[in-house]
Design a protein around this ligand. Structure first.
Ligand code: HEC
Length: 148
């Protein structure tokens, strides 16, 4: 019985160690968050062209939803231990002011949801307004949490 319990404990420890190895690759998380940021930036550029041309906002419903989803994932992509590595531009304040950082991500989520609703209804004026607010949410976070 003792041996069995011992083996179980060993198994648990091994599983935890595996999980730690999995999250223990800061460069992968950094590459993932930079890729996500780049994707939403490319998407925003396409949205801007449409807003400027007063074009049809409807096709951006999915893109706005995707930005909202990514915004929810942002805090987890800045896990502890990913403050250094690759060529990260994340500032230490991401980890020292966690509440503020999470609020900034949540602001992006909310703005993107408003954008999705406006896109779905095909209301170009509302979409343009929500796009502005979304862009401000991006910039507000970068000002405080990203180096130039
Ligand atoms: C909650 C904070 C936050 C929000 C909101 C945010 N970003 Fe970022 N962004 C960062 C941080 C921090 C970095 C630096 C990441 C790194 O280098 O590890 C970054 C990096 C980037 C990069 C550079 C990626 C690269 O390849 O190095 C781009 C482009 C970018 N963001 C665009 C956007 C856009 C567009 C939005 C809004 C739709 C946005 N970001 C919203 C925090 C944020």
């Amino acid at each position: 019985m003792r041996i069995l319990v011992g083996l179980l404990v060993l198994g648990l420890v091994a599983t935890q160690a595996d999980a730690q190895t999995a999250v223990g690759k800061p460069d992968d998380l950094i590459a993932g968050r930079q890729a996500g940021m780049s994707l939403q930036s490319a998407l925003a550029a396409t949205m801007k062209r449409t807003v400027d041309a007063k074009g049809d906002a409807k096709p951006f419903k999915d893109g706005a939803d995707a930005i909202s989803k990514f915004a929810k994932a942002i805090p987890g992509l800045f896990a502890p231990g990913t403050d250094k590595g690759l060529n990260t531009r994340a500032l230490p304040v991401v980890w020292s002011d966690r509440a503020g950082f999470e609020q900034a991500a949540s602001n992006l989520d909310k703005a993107a949801q408003v954008m999705a609703t406006a896109a779905a209804s095909g209301n170009e004026g509302e979409f343009a307004q929500a796009f502005q607010t979304t862009g401000q949410a991006c910039a507000a976070c970068h000002r405080t949490y990203r180096s130039r």
